[in-house]
Design a protein around this ligand. Structure first.
Ligand code: ZN
Length: 409
């Protein structure tokens, strides 16, 4: 009798539990119909629904030979029913690896990682995420439409670039020059603004790393401002050569850092780039050396990036070069004056005992004696404005940057 009693009681409890689960599942279903990332710049990912939460797991891309890896980009569309609350976590499938060591921090906890949402795939609004103890990012949202796009940063694809090129086509003082092709044979173009024989040649590169569209928005703003200012006397002495999307293959494929051959376009600048593995750098260096050969070497090369700090990274230099220091201080002051820049100029002295990191600026200075720096736009926070960045604010930075350059030279 006791056994039977126990059996019935246990069965009752089991039914209660499973019934509860089924009910809970029905009541709290996140109503996700599909997750779509099959479009340009869509991020490779896995997704699943665990209880009431959509779990997004992002795939890294790898560096050739070192097998370093990085995962920072996401961009996908959720198809659901509008008005339903969606709980969402975003995680890296595996931790990043830098210099052969797995990263301990998956995301930057200090400023928080925003997630951008859009209903038209064009206008992006930032939402705050929180970081769970398991290192996933967590987000809750109630979509206002049946389809909602989510992205790491305001998206900028080759379609945006095409509309920029169309906008500039045929304009006075603007020329688009084909300089070669990516690994996957996509065209690489330089947008040249101003007189090619002008005294001050300035070269700008954006999007060496696909997850970092901030530079694209800066370039848009700078070009718009150039068009507005063109014809004024101050502009006559300037020529800007802009490579707006260096890592086009990576952008198209929704990658984070490397090109499709696993090359980092902002490393290994101490030597000539490999024309097959790294044609994006190979043709860019050819363009720069052609300026040198023509007797119009660039006075400055700026490489635009995003990171979670937002500093300007200067070149390894001699600590006693007082003139250099004064110049950079003047440049920094103008940046603060004309743009929302409020972070720091980071000097790196040759005698600091650290090995040189062969980023583009160090390579161009050492191989050709060119002045250059890497400008990292903070991807999470514009401290000068006290806001999460937007495409418009980065365009304003580009506008301001033009005036910094006009004033500086
Ligand atoms: Zn970068």
């Amino acid at each position: 009798m006791i056994t039977m009693h126990y059996f019935r009681k246990t069965l009752f409890v089991i039914l209660l539990i499973t019934g509860g689960f089924i009910l809970r599942g029905q009541n709290k279903s996140p109503e996700i119909k599909f997750v779509d990332y099959y479009f340009e710049n869509g991020s490779p990912l896995n997704w699943k629904i665990v209880n009431d939460t959509l779990v997004i797991s992002l795939l890294p891309d790898y560096q050739r030979e070192t097998l370093n890896r990085q995962t920072d980009h996401w961009y996908f569309k959720i198809i659901t029913n509008k008005g339903t609350r969606i709980k969402l976590t975003i995680e890296k499938m595996v931790p990043d690896v830098y210099n052969g060591k797995p990263a301990t921090d998956w995301w930057n906890y200090r400023t928080g990682i925003p997630c951008y949402v859009s209903y038209d795939n064009k206008n992006w609004k930032a939402l705050k995420t929180s970081t769970l103890p398991g290192r996933e990012l967590y987000l809750e949202l109630i979509p206002e439409a049946d389809e909602i796009y989510l992205a790491r940063l305001p998206v900028y694809t080759t379609a945006d670039l095409k509309s920029l090129l169309d906008r500039t086509k045929g304009r006075k003082g603007i020329e688009v020059i084909d300089i070669g092709k990516t690994v996957e044979k996509r065209p690489l173009e330089i947008i040249r603004l101003g007189d090619p024989s002008a005294k001050f040649q300035i070269v700008i590169r954006a999007r060496a790393h696909p997850w970092e569209p901030g530079g694209n928005w800066v370039v848009e703003g700078l070009i718009d401002e150039f068009i507005r200012e063109y014809g004024k006397n101050a502009m006559n002495n300037f020529c800007f050569s802009i490579l707006p999307m260096a890592n086009k293959d990576g952008v198209v494929r929704g990658m984070t850092r490397f090109n499709v051959a696993g090359m980092d376009l902002n490393r290994a600048w101490d030597k000539a780039p490999d024309s097959l593995l790294c044609p994006e750098n190979y043709v860019f260096v050819n363009y720069i050396t052609s300026l040198i050969i023509k007797g119009t070497p660039p006075v400055l090369v700026i490489d635009l990036h995003n990171d979670d700090k937002g500093d300007v990274h200067l070149t390894n230099r001699d600590r006693n070069d007082i003139q250099y220091k004064q110049n950079m201080e003047r440049f920094e002051k103008l940046m603060r004056q004309h743009t929302s820049f409020s972070e720091s100029f980071r000097y790196i002295w040759n005698d600091n005992g650290q090995p040189v990191v062969w980023t583009i600026n160090n390579g161009l200075y050492n191989r050709y004696g060119l002045e250059s720096f890497v400008y990292e736009l903070n991807a999470n926070w514009i401290s000068g404005l006290g806001r999460i960045p937007s495409a418009e604010e980065w365009k304003d930075t580009g506008k301001g940057l033009l005036h910094v350059l006009l004033d500086y030279y």
